[in-house]
Design a protein around this ligand. Structure first.
Ligand SMILES: Nc1ncnc2c1ncn2[C@@H]1O[C@H](COP(=O)(O)OP(=O)(O)OP(=O)(O)O)[C@@H](O)[C@H]1O
Ligand SMILES: C[C@@](O)(CCO)CC(=O)[O-]
Ligand SMILES: [Mg+2]
Length: 338
């Protein structure tokens, strides 16, 4: 049995705009998906996804990818989960030159689903690494990231940037601009996540921004402005000492840019009432800044606050189902001992 895990992420800056070639800075956080893989004698794939939960329900399903299991999970969710895993399996088969390899796969994850924390990327990254290792092939994390991007791109019908998969594979803070991907230094930022218990449809939200951008020059300008503020945020990070706790001044400057970024995302139509409520609850609690993270529509916000105030205030916010501190995950995809 080979087990690999990979982290989820929050966007400090730049989601959506990254799809159109602007830079983005996602940061891996210590919430991980773990994928265990055991090669089979035949060419079938059996998947056990214990945490495939929606609205608080948890189910386990098994069976081959050809026989859709009969479980109480909304059909589109089940279909999507199988597609991500199938795409990861195909990448692993290609990487290990073993087109007929079969696997028993178990997926466990503490990353909320479809909520902007990159659960799909973490599952695909950990899945590709575990399955290739199970076949005796070791890929460098950059290659896992490249293949994971191909898998997400295929499942999401071309609506994907390299940001989520690269960040999950490499860990830490990264910067992605088109095909240019690199890790960057960043101090341990005090992220606090708010989760409204909901999800957004990434494909639909990306399509909405694309349509706005094509229709209105000012929407295209808004996307470019997100790129400008991301570049400014990168300059702030580059000047900071990555080994020292972030200064109040740095947090204030980054927070101001996060607030601006949230406003622009809201203008592009990807926020929601509950995301706005959590953003305001964080700001009123004294967070340095707050924004939605990921595709939006529902799901998670991220705030900067070294104190407990934001987590506490979100705990009392009606729209927030869960709040938690999210440490920067310095490790990307890794092998787990079982
Ligand atoms: N634990 C899991 N087990 C099986 N499939 C999972 C698991 N976690 C995520 N997935 C797959 O990933 C899909 C969610 O991906 P989606 O890209 O919509 O959201 P996300 O990656 O969580 O957020 P974002 O892309 O906005 O950061 C789920 O519908 C499911 O198909
Ligand atoms: C909305 C988006 O920018 C981030 C989703 O986590 C889409 C992508 O980059 O693939
Ligand atoms: Mg995703």
């Amino acid at each position: 049995m080979t087990t690999c895990s990979a982290p989820g992420k929050v966007y400090l800056f730049g989601e959506h705009a990254v799809v159109y070639g602007e830079p983005a800075v996602p940061c891996a956080v210590e919430r991980r998906a773990r994928v265990s893989v055991e090669p089979r004698e035949d060419d079938r794939v059996r998947v056990d996804a214990a945490d495939l939960s929606l609205d608080g329900f948890t189910v386990t399903w098994g069976g081959s990818i050809d026989d859709r299991p009969d479980v109480d999970v909304p059909a589109p969710l089940l279909a999507a989960a199988m597609e991500y895993i199938e795409a990861a399996v195909d990448q692993a088969r290609a990487a290990a030159a073993a087109p007929d390899a079969g696997f028993d796969i178990t997926v466990e994850s503490d990353i909320p689903l479809g909520a902007g924390l990159g659960s799909s990327a973490a599952v695909v990254v950990a899945g590709i690494d575990a399955a290739t290792r199970a076949l005796g092939t070791e890929l460098p994390p950059e290659e896992v990231a490249r293949r994971a991007y191909e898998a997400e791109y295929e499942v999401q019908d071309g609506q994907a940037s390299r940001a989520d998969t690269y960040c999950s594979a490499m860990g830490g803070a990264v910067r992605v601009e088109g095909d240019d991907t690199r890790t960057i230094d960043a101090p341990a930022l005090p992220f606090v996540v708010g989760y409204d218990g909901g999800a957004g449809d990434t494909g639909e939200l990306v399509a909405g921004v694309r349509a706005l951008r094509e229709e209105h020059a000012f929407a295209a300008d808004t996307v470019e402005t997100v790129g400008d503020l991301t570049r400014e945020g990168e300059r702030l990070l580059a000047e900071a000492d990555p080994d020292a706790p972030p200064s109040e001044a740095l947090l204030a400057d980054l927070g101001e840019l996060m607030d601006f970024n949230h406003g622009l995302l809201a203008a592009l139509g990807v926020s929601s009432r509950s995301l706005d409520a959590m953003v305001w609850a964080a700001r009123e609690a004294g967070a340095h800044g707050a924004k939605l993270t990921g595709a939006g529509g529902g799901g998670c916000t991220v705030a900067l606050d070294p104190t407990d105030e934001t987590e506490h205030a979100l705990g009392y916010t009606a729209e927030c189902e869960q709040s938690f501190r999210a440490e920067l995950a310095t490790e990307g995809v890794r092998v787990e001992d079982r």
